[in-house]
Design a binder for this molecule. Structure first.
Ligand code: MN
Length: 393
């Protein structure tokens, strides 16, 4: 089977979203199946290329989530995670049974520290396990991704050996994660460049960076420049420990600084803020207020000199038009003391034109909800508006 895309063909970067897998497995971020489906619908609207929906062997909930997402979102590539064992791969394959575009994502650690203390396996055993897993996965699906866990801390020659072996076994994507967020942009870029060169056009090289040193986006960017063409990332940067590369940040770097980074993605940026808000509503916590792109203060101007410049010409202090990432105008907080007028204005900003009866219903629900909250997320308000439109069509 011929690859759909080759790393050298163009400057299109594939966005592999793992909000529902790596993001979901971090503290406070658990999502049940209906919640994952709501989030998946938004991610599809956002335009992610590959949606990793769970780790099916880990729980029945994860299995059901992959199955449900596969059935509901036919046009999107759906990925399921599996360790390099028969049980994991067969479970992943079963969860993807109804997917139109299934991907099995199998992984094993390759760094000496993981081999010695965690796996207690030799380098040769790990290569053998990896190839056997990829071959088995290819019996079920055409599209197999292999991840060399802790790749950033893996010996370069051995990493090249593993990468070539899994591609020969049938992997189409080779992911080199910085699992523990230890790498730096120059170091990681050089490593990725080496693997890209070694694999040539035989596979797409992917990256998956954690943010332990606050470098996940910078490292992913260095990797793209070195030839990686898939980035694994999450909304609001949620994920293990300090989180993953933030989807909204990497996408907006490529868009805003296209002069330096001439790469494109399939992301519809105007859905970034809505995706962030929906996730915040589902997992009950949002990004920090000063978070780039989607934080509450990301487009707020407080200092007098800044306000003065901004009011004379927006671009004096704003490098991104907030509307382009879906941030509604007017940062009024809607709470239980807000009036109907403020609600109507916010709904208009969010794109709703409600009848008086519909507005009354939403207003009543918001007043009731706001009693136990400090303020409502835009996406919750949008949800209530959509429901009122269904009930009072
Ligand atoms: Mn991870």
């Amino acid at each position: 089977m011929v690859l759909e895309y080759l790393p050298t063909m163009n400057n299109r970067v594939w966005i592999f979203d793992t909000t529902l897998r790596d993001g979901e497995q971090s503290p406070g971020c658990s999502m049940n199946v209906p919640e994952k489906l709501r989030m998946a619908a938004k991610l599809v609207e956002l335009g992610v290329d590959i949606l990793e929906a769970g780790f099916p062997i880990a729980s029945d909930g994860d299995f059901e989530a992959v199955d449900a997402v596969s059935r509901q979102f036919e046009s999107t590539q759906v990925a399921a995670l599996a360790r390099c064992t028969r049980g994991d791969i067969e479970r992943a394959a079963a969860s993807l049974q109804h997917a139109k575009r299934p991907r099995i994502h199998t992984f094993i650690a390759t760094s000496d520290i993981h081999l010695k203390y965690k796996l207690k396996k030799s380098r040769q055993q790990v290569v053998d396990d990896a190839c056997a897993a990829v071959e088995l996965a290819r019996k079920h699906v055409d599209d197999v991704e292999f991840s060399a866990e802790d790749g950033a801390r893996t010996d370069l020659d051995y990493l090249e050996e593993v990468s070539k072996a899994v591609v020969a076994a049938g992997a189409r994507t080779v992911n080199i994660p910085d699992t523990v967020g230890y790498s730096t942009p120059e170091e990681y870029g050089a490593k990725i460049g080496h693997i890209v060169k070694a694999l040539g056009d035989t596979a797409i090289v992917s990256v998956h960076c954690h943010d332990d040193l606050g470098l996940a986006v910078a490292n992913s960017l260095a990797a793209i420049q070195a030839g990686a063409r898939q980035v694994e990332c999450t909304i609001n940067g949620i994920g293990e420990r300090a989180g993953n590369c933030s989807l909204e940040e990497i996408v907006m770097v490529l868009k805003t600084r296209h002069d330096r980074y001439p790469y494109t993605t399939g992301i519809n940026a105007e859905h970034l803020y809505g995706s962030s808000q929906l996730l915040s509503g589902i997992i009950s916590f949002g990004p920090q207020p000063n978070k780039a792109i989607v934080g509450r203060n990301a487009f707020a101007h407080e200092a007098g000199i800044h306000q003065d410049g901004y009011l004379k010409e927006r671009t004096t202090y704003e490098i991104i038009d907030p509307k382009s990432v879906g941030v509604p105008e007017g940062k009024l907080v809607l709470g239980k003391h807000s009036g109907r007028h403020a609600l109507k204005k916010r709904l208009e900003d969010l794109g709703f034109d409600l009848s008086k009866e519909q507005l009354d219903v939403v207003y009543g629900e918001i007043t009731a909800l706001a009693d136990n909250k400090k303020g409502l997320m835009d996406e919750e308000i949008a949800d209530l508006a959509r429901r009122s439109q269904l009930v009072l069509a």
